[in-house]
Design a protein around this ligand. Structure first.
Ligand code: AMP
Length: 208
């Protein structure tokens, strides 16, 4: 099963991806996580990406595309993957299609986790993320329930950057909904419900 997850930042894509990984053993390819890891170790990529991320802007396509290509070629992605946070614009979606075609693979579904913008603003501004494993939880959780790591507020989850990220989503990423509808692989779930209810729908949509 090869899946692309769509939805605004904070819609719960990472949480649903994690559940799919646990149940179906897919490789979870989160470009945000990969970029944050690069920033943390101050690699060449991290140094180039940091300013864009701090400003809530998209990192240049070529940097992200190279990262994704490398991950898609890794052993653990051969029996299925979930792309989380990629593609973020039409150019990335078109490149993904051609890279997958060159590997004689294809996407089975583009899953939209749909949450209204006002709910997103509330969720993101109270979101805390684990420094070690990327697990997310609402403010008030100081120790990661999954790995015991330190929970912190991502710089780009601060109010001044949230609106910028939502604007970028609306103008650049939301058009992908129609792109994948046009390819007849779009599936939609209402993400403004408890995690397990959302996942029950996700599962049903992907396995029927
Ligand atoms: P995320 O964790 O998916 O919200 O991503 C955090 C930040 O990483 C974004 O605001 C962008 O700056 C950058 N980023 C993640 N994925 C991509 C992508 N596919 N294309 C460009 N920038 C990305």
């Amino acid at each position: 099963m090869n899946i692309v997850l769509l939805g605004a930042p904070g819609a719960g894509k990472g949480t649903q991806a994690q559940k799919l990984v646990e149940e179906f053993g897919l490789a979870h390819i989160s470009t945000g996580d990969l970029l944050r890891a690069a920033v943390k170790v101050q690699s060449e990529l991290g140094l180039q990406a940091k300013a864009y991320m701090d400003a809530g802007k998209l990192v240049p396509d070529q940097l992200v595309i190279n990262l994704v290509k490398e991950r898609l070629e890794a052993d653990d992605a051969q029996s299925g993957f979930i792309l989380d946070g990629f593609p973020r614009n039409t150019a990335q979606a078109v490149t993904l299609d051609s890279e997958l075609a060159a590997m004689e693979r294809n996407l089975d579904a583009a899953l939209l986790v749909d949450v209204k913008p006002d709910v997103i603003v509330k969720r993101l501004s109270s979101r805390r993320t684990c420094r070690s494993c990327g697990y997310t939880a609402p403010a008030g959780v100081d120790v990661c329930p999954r790995c015991g790591g330190e929970m912190y507020q991502r710089d780009d989850d601060k109010p001044e950057t949230i609106q910028k990220r939502l604007d970028v989503y609306q103008t650049q990423t939301a058009p992908l909904i129609e792109y994948y509808r046009g390819h007849s692989i779009l599936k939609e779930v209402d993400g403004d419900r408890p995690v397990d209810e959302v996942y029950a729908d996700v599962r049903a949509l992907l396995t029927k």
